[in-house]
Design a protein around this ligand. Structure first.
Ligand SMILES: Cc1cc2nc3c(=O)[nH]c(=O)nc-3n(C[C@H](O)[C@H](O)[C@H](O)COP(=O)(O)O)c2cc1C
Length: 138
């Protein structure tokens, strides 16, 4: 079983989450509604970057996942710049021996006057295709 959780304050990573969920054939769950994580093969994790960090509620949630309850994680998300949340998430999950894939979907997200309209339709189509490929080919 695969699962998708995300944290999105302004809606950009939520848009990506819905596209990734479509590609992966799972529901997109905000981290507050994620429920129990157990018996998950691939956990898709959607995260944005705020002052260089992921959202605190997501950090707390990931830190509580138990060893053995997730096979591996795949990160996707948005930020104003190039930085992705993958390194921080990799560091958190390493404590539970949960590997994070090198395959990351990252795109620019609108922020103030920057990146207007992003993620756009093209970003969302790419996010959906990314997830579909992960599920089909690993
Ligand atoms: C308070 C705040 C801090 C941010 N800090 C960063 C940052 O350090 N680096 C960056 O690339 N983007 C930063 N951003 C931009 C967001 O990562 C970007 O707008 C992202 O798409 C927001 O996703 P969301 O709409 O899902 O919350 C920041 C945005 C906010 C609101």
């Amino acid at each position: 079983m695969n699962k998708l959780i995300y944290a999105s304050r302004g809606g950009n990573t939520k848009k990506l989450a819905l596209a990734v969920a479509k590609g992966a054939g799972v529901a997109a769950l905000p981290v507050g509604e994620a429920g129990e994580i157990s018996g998950v093969d691939t956990l898709f994790v959607g995260a944005s970057v705020y002052a260089g960090k992921i959202d605190g509620s997501l950090r707390g949630f990931l830190g509580k996942i138990k060893r053995g309850d997730v096979g591996s994680a795949v990160v996707f998300g948005s930020a104003a710049g190039n930085k992705s949340a993958a390194d921080e998430i990799r560091e958190i999950l390493a404590a539970q021996d949960i590997p994070v894939s090198d395959k990351v979907f990252q795109c620019r997200g609108s922020f103030l006057l920057a990146n207007r309209g992003r993620p756009n339709e093209e970003d969302l189509a790419k996010a959906e295709a990314f997830a579909r490929e992960i599920v089909e080919k690993g």
